[in-house]
Design a protein around this ligand. Structure first.
Ligand SMILES: CC(C)(COP(=O)(O)OP(=O)(O)OC[C@H]1O[C@@H](n2cnc3c(N)ncnc32)[C@H](O)[C@@H]1OP(=O)(O)O)[C@@H](O)C(=O)NCCC(=O)NCCS
Length: 218
């Protein structure tokens, strides 16, 4: 397995992994009929900050990625996400019912958050920090490869003089990835109950957790 910088020729494979891991580490195919709209959520990273992406390669195939944003102070990525959710709601009208339902729910959750009607409003992330998203295909998990990918990004971020990074991650009661963040030196910065997956997993209490790490200490 090799950790390397992202190349534009990786785009399709990276978009596919984003789809295959999008539902709390499992495939979005349960919720969507195709990847047409879901892949737009990662446009910011692929088009505006591709130099901060690292991938995990096995036998010429990409099996994991880490998207980085060195400084989210200007909220570019959040703005891009909100715009895509709105656009996707409209575009989904031309897609099968399952997609319409999913994007309508996504939009309603976003609306609740933006209007202060959900617990997510109390979710805090550090100011002037970088952030990451990391996802590995199931075959690559549990072999220290996520840690390797993370270290590579941290070295890159330190060279760019980034002091603090965070990762916002869902924590499930029985399938928590919390240990991954804690063993890699992150601490819990904030946490809230989230209702984002309530339609899919109505009986499960899922938390949205912000894990943060001070890069000047390592
Ligand atoms: C989370 C993820 C990036 C970790 O990468 P990884 O290569 O599997 O993790 P590593 O082998 O480097 O580290 C493994 C540690 O994380 C813990 N861990 C990671 N994911 C876990 C999970 N879903 N359930 C339980 N433990 C998990 C293990 O307990 C292990 O701890 P240990 O070494 O003390 O036993 C990867 O498992 C993954 O992509 N999971 C699915 C999607 C996801 O959760 N992404 C993060 C969203 S921001």
């Amino acid at each position: 397995m090799l950790v390397r910088k992202y190349r534009t020729s990786d785009r399709k494979q990276v978009e596919d992994i984003h789809f295959e891991t999008g539902f709390l580490g499992s495939s979005m195919s349960r919720l969507l009929s195709n990847n047409l709209l879901w892949k737009k959520n990662i446009t910011y990273y692929l088009e505006k900050e591709s130099e901060s992406i690292f991938v995990l390669e096995n036998k010429n195939k990409v099996v994991g990625y880490l998207f980085g944003c060195l400084n989210d102070a200007n909220n570019n990525e959040t703005r891009s996400f909100v715009l895509h959710t709105l656009k996707n709601l409209m575009l989904s009208l031309f897609l099968p019912r399952k997609d319409k339902v999913f994007w309508r729910n996504q939009f309603m959750t976003l609306l609740h958050t933006l209007t202060g009607n959900s617990e997510e409003m109390n979710f805090k992330t550090p100011k002037n920090a970088g952030h990451i998203h990391i996802n590995l295909l199931p075959l690559a998990r549990g072999r220290n490869l996520g840690t390797k990918l993370l270290k590579e990004f941290e070295n890159y971020a330190k060279k760019k003089r980034i002091k603090l990074i965070h990762a916002d991650s869902f924590r499930r009661p029985k399938k928590s990835n919390a240990q991954f963040w804690l063993k890699n030196g992150f601490t819990v910065y904030s946490e809230v109950k989230t209702s984002i997956w309530k339609n899919q997993l109505p009986d499960e209490q899922i938390d949205l957790v912000c894990y943060a790490k001070n890069l000047t200490l390592s």
